[in-house]
Design a protein around this ligand. Structure first.
Ligand code: ADP
Ligand code: MG
Length: 473
């Protein structure tokens, strides 16, 4: 009976927190019993208990209340291991308890971290995040915006076991698509290539979930062993680190590694000072190494990246080629980030393969249209709007400003006011003034009117679109 309810609560919980969170935190939560208005549940470790209490207590309660409105309290305890195996009852709970303690005691500065299978060697076996074989130093193009970051990353990758660490951590920050992940993975590939050192690359999610998973299997001690074998720890996307306990764990790991003379490399989308979720100690530790920013990709750099990408694609698709004018067009048109450059090359490749056609400028323009950010919209003037609208409807500009209320001027006037509101930053009273000293409520009425009409009247909608286009280019 209660177990059935619990099963339904689990379904609710799973759908409110999502599969990942559910399996990380709640998969091992059991129902012990329901008594009156309190529900007694258990988890295997103290860490899970405190995490759930700190982050999910309300949600657990409300999921229960949805099934049983009388519930007002959730008691969460750390279960002793031993409900099942009677013979070892005396010993086991104590062991379990001690383990749990070790795994959760935040004061211990033991090396603990994300690695899950300490016995295994190699990046994957250590629980690292997957690496993309294309993201190496060879394919990383240097330019003004990334020279320093590149040099520092190289230096780290080329270090040898036991070398003094020059800057720790190395902290690289840049906006989306500017090459952080590329550089970090390049460090990982190059560092591991020598075979002499172990470089572990982790996204911060992997760190968070890997850490939790490891606590579940209670291999804190084995972790320590595993971390001992890491020479360089690389953590990507630190801006996603969240949660007090995870932060504490991150901080321990960071301190332990740095104090042990191991290199740490971190990337994030902002400088340490702007990682608001982190506490001051972590932030200052992060800022205590070398902090390097990578700027936006300049046009030359974009062109080089495109060339590198095309060359890489040609290795597998010999017939594929992108003429120089197309490359130049792309590097000028796609300005914001490296991901879109990659996307553009992929599209050209797909298109030319599927249609067995060579890449032309025209095809490129068509294929990447949506990757090209529109130029800053042109500033539109109210006089221009009045002029263009008057011409379109064959009335004079003074008709628009006059107080005449015949149908053939009312509608054009309303369209013009609507355009003034949507294409300029002028306020309603200001627009009213510019239309022959009208009240702002008249302008508002006109705007609303046209807004409503264009949803129903296709011809008018087209007309308005056309006017907008005329005014904007
Ligand atoms: P971030 O992690 O900063 O969001 P990525 O490293 O994923 O960005 O880069 C996005 C894309 O742009 C990738 O395909 C990457 O290879 C490419 N890219 C960015 N910067 C460079 C560079 N300097 N040289 C070569 N490719 C680059
Ligand atoms: Mg990235």
């Amino acid at each position: 009976m209660d177990q059935d309810r619990w099963a339904r609560v689990q379904v609710r919980l799973r759908s409110t927190v999502g599969e990942d969170v559910y399996s990380s935190w709640f998969a091992r939560m059991d129902l012990e019993g329901v008594q009156g208005e309190s529900v007694h549940m258990s988890v295997p470790t103290r860490f899970l208990k405190s995490w759930i209490q700190a982050h999910y207590a309300d949600r657990v309660l409300s999921c229960w209340q949805a099934e049983m409105p009388e519930v007002h309290r959730i008691d969460l305890t750390v279960r002793s291991a031993m409900r099942a195996a009677a013979p070892v009852q005396v010993v086991k709970p104590a062991v379990e308890e001690r383990r749990a303690e070790r795994a959760s005691a935040p004061a211990s500065a033991e090396l603990r971290g994300p690695m899950m299978s300490p016995a295994a060697a190699g990046h994957d076996a250590l629980g690292g995040s997957p690496l993309d074989p294309r993201l190496t130093f060879d394919s990383f193009v240097m330019g003004r915006s990334n020279t320093l970051a590149h040099a520092a990353a190289r230096q780290v990758a080329e270090g040898r076991r036991g070398d003094p660490v020059m800057f720790n951590p190395l902290y690289i920050h840049a906006g989306v698509g500017l090459g952080k992940t590329h550089l970090l993975q390049a460090v990982t590939w190059a560092g591991n290539a020598s075979g002499e050192r172990k470089v572990l690359y982790l996204t911060v999610e992997k760190f968070m979930y890997g850490f939790v998973a490891a606590l579940k299997t209670q291999t804190a001690l084995a972790f320590k062993e595993a971390l001992r074998g890491i020479d360089v720890l690389v953590i990507d996307d630190l801006q996603f680190l969240q949660g007090k306990s995870t932060q504490a764990e991150f901080c321990h790991t960071l301190n332990a590694l740095i104090d042990a003379g191991r290199q740490v490399v971190i990337a994030a989308d902002r400088p340490p000072s702007e990682l608001e979720a982190l506490d001051d100690r972590v932030r200052s530790r992060l800022a205590g190494g070398l902090v390097v920013e990578m700027g936006t990709l300049g046009e030359e750099l974009r062109l080089e990246i495109l060339k590198t990408r095309v060359a890489a694609a040609r290795a597998h698709h010999a017939g594929f080629d992108v003429p120089q004018p197309v490359l130049e067009y792309l590097s000028r048109a796609i300005t914001h980030n490296g991901r879109d450059l990659e996307g553009a090359v992929n599209r050209l490749l797909a298109h030319s393969k599927l249609n067995a056609q060579p890449v032309t400028l025209e095809m490129a323009e068509r294929e990447v249209r949506d990757l090209v950010r529109p130029q800053e919209p042109k500033r539109v003037k109210i006089e221009d709007i009045q002029r263009v609208v008057a011409r379109q409807y064959n009335v004079s500009r003074s008709d628009l400003l006059s107080s005449r209320r015949t149908a053939n001027v009312v509608r054009p006037r309303q369209v013009a006011m609507y355009l003034a509101k949507t294409l300029t930053l002028r306020s309603l009273p200001e627009i009213g003034r510019r239309f022959g000293g009208r009240d702002h409520t008249t302008v508002l009425h006109a705007v609303r009117k046209i807004e409503a009409l264009v949803t129903k009247d296709v011809a008018l909608a087209d007309e308005v679109e056309l006017l907008k286009r005329q005014l904007q280019d």
